[in-house]
Write a protein that binds this ligand. Structure first.
Ligand code: K1U
Ligand code: ZN
Length: 170
């Protein structure tokens, strides 16, 4: 497995729409493994393929709590087939918008259909942080970042800070 580089906004790939994978073959399964390793190395709870520069509809998530066993979920071509009318507000972050956080309102619970790492069709029902994280990652596949839900004033402030950080040597 390999740790991949994560693109930072405003990289143009982060605004593009990813393409469905035809099949979860050895290439896609390897990409899923590399993305899980990259997510853990970056201390994230999710990652989408466009964040590592690939326009494949592939995401990984793991919202296990401290002290619990890791529980990575690998999803190709994820599709939300049901979402609750009830909404939840959650403070979101993004590995492509480092060190910036903001509250986003989304459906509280969802049902998602996807292909797993063995190319089997599966469905998962999620609520709480898992539902928020899966929705955030599916947004990445459609070129949407969490800052796109904010006012243009807040969004531009955050993006300017990220660009300033990127220019400042560590
Ligand atoms: O997509 C990503 O960049 C990963 C992102 C996922 C995410 C975090 C929070 C809400 C929705 C989606 C991260 O993992 S950011 C880093 C992180 O671990 C984190 C940040 C804020 C709250 C909880 C976790
Ligand atoms: Zn993100």
């Amino acid at each position: 497995m390999a740790v991949l580089s994560i693109l930072v906004a405003p990289h143009p790939v982060l605004k593009q729409k990813a393409k469905p994978v035809e099949k979860v073959d050895a290439r896609v399964a390897r990409l899923m493994d590399d993305m899980v390793e990259t997510m853990y190395a970056a201390k994230g709870i999710g990652l989408a393929a466009p964040q590592v520069g690939l326009l494949d509809r592939v995401i990984v998530v793991d919202v296990h709590e401290k002290g619990e066993k890791p529980n990575p979920i690998r999803l190709a071509n994820p599709e939300i087939v049901w979402s609750s009318d009830e909404k939840a507000v959650c403070e979101e972050g993004c590995l492509s918008v480092p060190e910036q956080y903001a509250e986003v309102t989304r459906p509280k619970a969802i049902r998602v259909r996807y292909l797993d790492e063995q190319n089997e069709i599966r469905e998962i029902e999620a609520d709480g942080m898992l539902a928020t994280c899966i929705q955030h990652e599916i947004d990445h596949l459609n070129g949407v970042l969490f800052v796109d839900y904010l006012s243009s004033l807040k969004r531009n402030m955050i993006l300017r800070k990220v660009q300033k950080q990127a220019r400042t040597p560590a």
